[in-house]
Design a protein around this ligand. Structure first.
Ligand code: NAD
Length: 293
């Protein structure tokens, strides 16, 4: 059992902290929102009055915050100045690679081991404890992180140096954003050409056009019963979060010199979709915009 401080108890952090409690860890929780903190307490965590208080006796600190600016502020103002000597730091937020490297360097300077460990699997995976973690950090830090992360996920992958977890996460999500647009275009064209959607799905899902977007989140109602298209594009994975990840991918492309014209176009199209008031819809709902709706 470890003493774990958990900061950021939102849609993802809430159930992740609950799984650490179930895993017999002693969790001290903090969130700016009282309701999130109360929910964590109801799931067996202790409430802290501030992030600084949460980390002061912790052996492990887990953060699950919205964006890089939040992670940077919490690390610079709360975690690093107040955390106990020898504590181990895990940031599970999805943030830009540059900030991930920056906070990892600050932690190293303070003599603290740290990993970036963004997740895939959504709220369902966070609740079921089946998340995939992409972990950037030294071999020793990865070995330390693994038993903690195993209480919250089932696929724990060491991606390499600090920041590489974030890099892997945004590469994956950029591919997903691009392929979803491609799938939507293809199925819309199929409809105009008079193809039956189920027949087209049966062909594409067993042919070279097959991909995760087709098999799990098909943007057309019917052939994949669990896909958001069957429930008016209720998420799932929101268009807002997809746009956030596509913007992070563009930032990473700029800073690394990678050429990502399709990623840039995907970011542009999701920006239009979100600005039209669809941020809370599932990202597969972009098919409606491409259909002129
Ligand atoms: P969320 O907005 O539901 O939760 C974030 C929480 O952080 C909120 O409760 C907020 O009050 C809290 N917070 C913000 N600033 C804080 C501070 N200074 N101190 C303490 N608490 C603070 O977001 P989420 O959906 O839980 O996502 C968290 C991270 O996980 C994001 O980076 C997101 O991109 C990533 N992610 C989300 C999903 C998903 O499906 N929701 C999937 C994979 C990854």
């Amino acid at each position: 059992m470890a003493k774990i401080a958990f900061i950021g108890l939102g849609n993802m952090g809430g159930p992740m902290a609950a799984n650490l409690v179930k895993g017999q860890h002693q969790v001290t929780a903090f969130d700016l929102t009282a309701a999130a903190l109360d929910a964590a307490a109801a799931n067996g965590a202790r409430k802290a009055a501030s992030a600084a208080e949460a980390v002061k006796d912790a052996e492990v600190v887990v953060t699950m915050l919205p964006q890089g600016k939040h992670v940077r502020a919490v690390y610079e103002n709360d975690v690093l100045p107040h955390v106990a000597k020898g504590a181990f730091l895990i940031d599970c937020s999805t943030i830009d690679v540059d900030t991930a490297r920056h906070v990892a360097a600050l932690a190293e300077k303070a003599g603290l081991a740290m990993v970036d460990a963004p997740v895939s699997g959504g709220v369902g995976g966070a609740t079921a404890g089946t998340l995939t973690f992409m972990v950037g950090g030294s071999d020793a830090a990865f070995a330390k992180a693994r038993p903690i992360l195993e209480k919250m996920g089932k696929n724990i992958v060491h991606t390499g140096a600090p920041g590489s977890g974030q890099a892997a996460k945004i590469v994956n999500n950029m591919i997903l954003g691009i392929t979803m647009i491609g799938v939507a275009e293809g199925f819309l064209m199929g409809k105009r050409l008079g193809l039956d959607m189920k027949t087209l799905f049966d062909i594409v899902s067993t042919s070279s056009g097959s991909c995760w977007a087709v098999n799990n989140y098909l943007p057309v109602a019917g052939p994949v019963p669990g896909s958001p298209a069957n429930r008016d594009f209720a998420p799932g994975f929101t268009a807002e979060n997809m746009l956030k990840d596509l913007k992070l991918a563009q930032q990473a492309a700029l800073s690394s010199g990678a050429s990502t014209p399709m990623g840039a176009e995907a970011a542009h199209l999701f920006n239009l979709f979100v600005n039209a008031g669809n941020g809370g819809k599932d990202f597969s709902g972009i098919i409606r915009m491409l259909d002129g709706k």
